[in-house]
Ligand binder design. Structure first.
Ligand code: ATP
Length: 252
């Protein structure tokens, strides 16, 4: 595991419709410590996905840099695992082959990658789904496979862009609890993007509120772990922090 540093990141797009430049991210600096879980929240259009795509190496920064440990990001790489909202699984591959895909790309032989994939599938309660195809799974299960696939590559940093946004509320809560449990076991460095304030406060050690491409505030979340919705949602700290973050997002 390694920490993640965003140093004076800027991103300007050229908007073809407007015929002018749009500043999506403006001078964002942020350090996520090794093994820390940071959530970024903010209203639609504040630059969350742009930041994640620059960290993933999918988009070049206009200015500034991203470091994984002390290594500058030059493009996508196996040191960063990415989980998106749409599951992006290969429909023609079984679950176990989906999970082992990154390991295959790294030249790990089949028996070894199946062993690793099974270990991670077990971590998410997916042992029985190993030989099924994505279209045989519910949305919640597909997203679990997406998370497991990213984890199986043992990335230094896990990047998640609204990964649970397209599943129903009940499944989302289960996935959130599972993620906190797996995170506690594995202690990945996580950058998690969401517009759901409750989700951010429930999951993270620290919440960053973005406004118009800039960091508006950083709030520590000292809620004890393990976290489960039944108990956390009743805690005064959770209620207070959620309402504080919500007010900030609404004013952003
Ligand atoms: N390819 C693009 N070309 C031009 N403008 C873009 C492009 N992508 C994003 N933008 C603009 O940059 C700004 C930030 O967009 P971004 O998608 O990063 O925000 P976001 O916070 O992730 O939004 P949402 O929560 O709606 O996904 C917005 O004003 C958006 O319209």
């Amino acid at each position: 595991m390694k920490g993640l540093t965003l140093r004076n990141l800027h991103k300007t797009y050229f908007d073809l419709n407007m015929g002018s430049r749009v500043t999506a991210v403006q001078d964002v600096s942020l350090h996520i410590r090794e093994g820390e879980f940071v959530a970024v929240v903010g209203p639609s259009g504040c630059g969350k996905s742009t930041i994640l795509n620059m960290v993933a190496g999918f988009l070049p920064a206009t200015k500034g840099e991203v470091l994984v440990g002390d290594r500058p990001v030059k493009g996508p790489g196996p040191d960063r695992g990415v989980v998106f909202q749409n599951f992006a699984l290969f429909p023609w591959k079984t679950v176990i082959d989906n999970v082992g895909f990154g390991l295959k790309m790294r030249g790990i032989p089949k028996p070894e990658r199946d062993r690793i994939a099974r270990e991670f599938l077990a971590l998410a309660g997916l042992t029985n789904a190993a030989d099924r195809y994505p279209n045989e799974l519910s949305g919640g299960m597909q997203q679990r496979v997406g998370v497991v696939r990213a984890l199986a590559n043992e990335p230094d940093v896990l990047l998640m862009d609204e990964p649970f946004a397209s599943v129903d509320a009940q499944t989302r809560m289960t996935l959130q609890e599972e993620l906190t449990r797996i995170w506690q076991e594995r202690r990945h460095t996580v950058l998690f993007i969401t517009h759901d304030v409750g989700e951010a406060v429930f999951l993270a050690d620290r919440v960053i509120v973005l406004s118009k491409g800039q960091v508006l505030r950083e709030i520590d979340i000292p809620i004890s772990r393990p976290r489960a919705w039944d108990t956390v949602s009743e805690q005064d700290d959770f209620k207070r922090l959620s309402s504080e973050v919500l007010q900030m997002v609404r004013s952003a």
